[in-house]
Design a protein around this ligand. Structure first.
Ligand code: NAD
Length: 492
C-alpha cells in the first residue's frame, strides 16, 4: 500500500500515525536540510507534541536548498509529506510509525521566492537546521566565516537570489525587519560544539558584510539556542524499504530508520515562542555545554575512531566493529583513558553508564549503521570531535598514542582510496587536499597534519605527536590493522 493521505486510515492497528488534523496545521517551524536525522529526531518530537496537544501552530515546512534535495522533494510530495519511521532495536521486529509533522516542503532551486516568503512569514517562528557540520563555513581554529566560498561570493553579490542557507536567512530577516515583524529563533540541530553560537556567528558574519544595521537587528532580535541532539540514524537502504514492505505492508519511497534511543537537551532561548517540547521528553537546561561535550567527545569521536580503522579491517557496519574485541576494546579504552579525564561531572549523568549504553548502541546489529556514513566529512568531524580532547591531553602531558593511531587510520584510509582495487571514494569537501596530502606513501603524517584548515597551525609543530602518528601509520602499513591493534601498547 503506497503511503499517502488516502491510505493512512488503512494502516494496521499497531502502526501509530497522526491523530491531529494535519490539513489545518500552520507552519510555526521551517526546517532547512530535511534528511534522515531531522526526520528521526526533531520531527518525531514535534509529532509527539502535536498528537498530545492537538496544537495547530507548530507544523513543520521542510526546505531543501541543494539540487540533491530534489529526490526528497519529489518523494515527500507524492506521499503527501508523510513518511514511515522504523525503529530497529533489540526487539525482533521493528517498531513502525507514520510521521505527519512535516506537512509541506519547498525545493529552493525551483522556487527561491517562495522560500524567502516562507521564511519571512509571520507564521514562521522557528527556523531549524541540519545542514551538516561543514555547512556553517566556519574555520575550526580561527572561528572565521569563509567568505571565499564561491556560493557565499554569489550570495553577497545577489542577495535576492541566494543559494546558501546564510543568504536565504539574511534576506528573509531583512524582509521581516522591513515589515516590522519579529525575528525568528534559529535552532541548529547539527553536531557541532555550541551549535547555536556557531549558527549565530556564521549568520551575523554574513549579514554584516552587506548590511551592518541588519546584522545588529538580528543580534538584538533573533535567538540561537545551543543544543545536544542524539539518535543514530543510518542512511536508508533498499533493504530497509523491503523490511517495511514485508513487515508493515507499507510502500514508502524513503522511510527513515533509526535506533530506539532518542535525546535532545536544549537551552530555553526562543525569541518568538516554541512548542512545549518538554511535554514529550526534551530536556531544557541553562547550560548545554557539558552534555554536548560528553556526547561529541564520546559518541561522535568514537564513531570517527572506529570508522577508518574498521573500514581498513574490512568491516562495513558499526556492529561488526563492536564484535571484534580488538577494535571494540581499543574504542572503550579511548573513551575511558583519553576522553573521560577531560569531562567534568555532569548533573544527572553517570559517565560509566553513558559509555556502557554507547557500546550497546554501537553494537546494535539490526540498525546496520554504515561505516561509510561515519567516514564521510572527516575534515570537518575530526576537528570538532577529536582535536579539542587531543589538545587538552597534550597540554596535560598525557599519552596521546591512541589519538595517533586514530589519525594514522584516517591517513591510511585516505591513502588506500587511490590504490588499485579500492572499492570506496573519499566523501569530503576537502577530498582533493586530503588525497594529495596522502598520495605519496612516504611523509604522509607530516603533510596531513600540515593541513592547517583541519589541524590548525600548532599540531604540525608538536614533533612528538607527528612522530607518534608516523610510527602508528608505519605499523598499520607494514603489519596490518589487526596485528597493530593486538599490541599491548594500546592498553595503557
Ligand atoms: P542527510 O544526508 O540525510 O541530510 C542532510 C541534509 O542537509 C540534506 O537535505 C542536504 O541537502 C542538507 N545539506 C547538506 N549540506 C548543506 C549545506 N551546506 N547547506 C544547506 N543544506 C545542506 O544527513 P543526516 O543524517 O540528516 O545528518 C545531517 C546532520 O544531522 C549531520 O551532519 C549531523 O550534524 C546531524 N546529526 C546526524 C545524526 C545521524 O545519526 N545521522 C545524529 C546526530 C546529528
Amino acid at each position: 500500500m503506497k503511503l499517502n493521505n488516502a491510505t493512512i486510515a488503512q494502516l494496521g492497528e499497531h502502526i501509530a500515525h497522526p491523530t491531529y488534523p494535519r490539513h489545518a496545521l500552520g507552519h510555526g517551524i521551517v526546517h532547512i536540510g530535511v534528511g534522515g536525522f531531522h526526520r528521526a529526531h526533531e520531527a518525531v518530537y514535534t509529532e509527539r507534541f502535536l498528537r498530545l496537544t492537538q496544537d495547530q501552530n507548530w507544523g513543520i515546512c521542510g526546505i531543501g536548498l541543494r539540487e540533491s534535495d530534489s529526490a526528497m522533494a519529489q518523494v515527500l510530495r507524492e506521499q503527501d509529506y508523510l513518511y514511515s519511521l522504523m525503529e530497529l532495536g533489540q526487539a525482533e521486529y521493528p517498531r513502525v510509525e507514520v510521521i505527519g509533522a512535516i506537512s509541506d516542503y519547498l525545493f529552493a532551486p525551483d522556487s527561491p521566492a517562495a522560500v524567502l516568503e516562507k521564511l519571512a512569514s509571520p507564521q514562521t517562528r522557528i527556523v531549524s537546521l541540519t545542514i551538516t557540520e561543514g555547512g556553517y563555513l566556519l574555520d575550526d581554529h580561527s572561528g572565521e566565516f569563509n567568505f571565499d566560498h564561491a556560493d557565499i561570493v554569489h550570495d553577497l553579490a545577489n542577495p535576492q537570489s541566494p543559494r546558501t542557507v546564510f543568504g536565504y536567512l539574511s534576506a528573509a530577516l531583512a524582509t521581516r525587519r522591513e515589515r516590522g515583524l519579529p525575528a525568528f529563533t534559529l535552532m541548529s540541530c547539527d553536531n557541532l560544539p555550541h551549535n547555536g553560537d556557531k549558527a549565530r556567528h556564521a549568520l551575523l558574519s554574513f549579514a554584516a558584510r552587506h548590511d551592518q544595521a541588519l546584522a545588529s537587528w538580528i543580534a538584538e532580535n533573533a535567538s540561537f539556542p545551543n543544543s545536544m541532539v542524539d539518535r543514530i540514524t543510518p542512511i536508508t537502504t533498499s533493504a530497509h524499504k523491503e523490511l517495511l514492505r514485508n513487515f508493515a505492508a507499507i510502500e514508502d519511497a524513503w522511510p527513515v530508520v533509526c535506533e530506539p534511543f532518542l535525546q535532545w537537551v536544549m537551552e530555553d532561548d526562543f525569541c518568538n515562542g516554541r512548542p512545549a517540547w518538554e511535554q514529550v521528553g526534551v530536556q531544557f537546561t541553562a547550560d548545554v555545554a557539558p552534555y554536548e561535550q560528553m556526547k561529541m567527545r564520546l559518541l561522535n569521536a568514537s564513531h570517527s575512531a572506529m570508522s577508518y580503522l574498521g573500514y581498513l579491517m574490512g568491516y562495513r557496519y558499526s556492529h561488526e566493529v563492536m564484535q571484534d574485541a580488538r577494535l571494540s576494546g581499543f574504542i572503550r579504552r579511548f573513551m575511558d583513558l583519553d576522553v573521560t579525564p577531560t569531562l567534568g561531572t555532569i548533573e544527572g549523568i553517570s559517565l560509566e553508564q553513558y559509555k556502557d549504553t554507547l557500546v550497546e548502541r554501537f553494537a546494535n546489529p539490526r540498525i546496520g549503521d554504515q561505516l561509510a556514513r561515519l567516514c564521510m566529512d572527516g575534515s570537518s568531524k575530526i576537528p570538532k570531535f577529536i582535536l579539542g580532547t587531543l589538545e587538552e591531553r597534550l597540554e596535560a602531558g598525557a599519552p596521546a598514542h591512541r589519538f595517533a593511531l586514530i589519525l594514522a587510520g584516517w591517513a591510511l584510509y585516505l591513502h588506500n582510496a587511490r590504490q588499485p582495487g579500492a572499492d570506496y571514494k573519499v566523501e569530503d569537501p576537502l577530498a582533493d587536499q586530503l588525497l594529495s596530502a596522502t598520495a605519496e606513501a612516504v611523509g604522509i603524517s607530516g603533510r596531513l597534519l600540515g593541513l592547517e584548515e583541519i589541524f590548525g597551525p600548532q599540531l604540525q609543530h608538536s614533533v612528538g605527536f607527528v612522530t607518534a602518528v608516523d610510527t602508528a601509520l608505519q605499523q598499520l602499513q607494514h603489519q596490518g590493522v589487526t596485528a597493530t591493534l593486538e599490541q599491548e601498547t594500546w592498553a595503557a
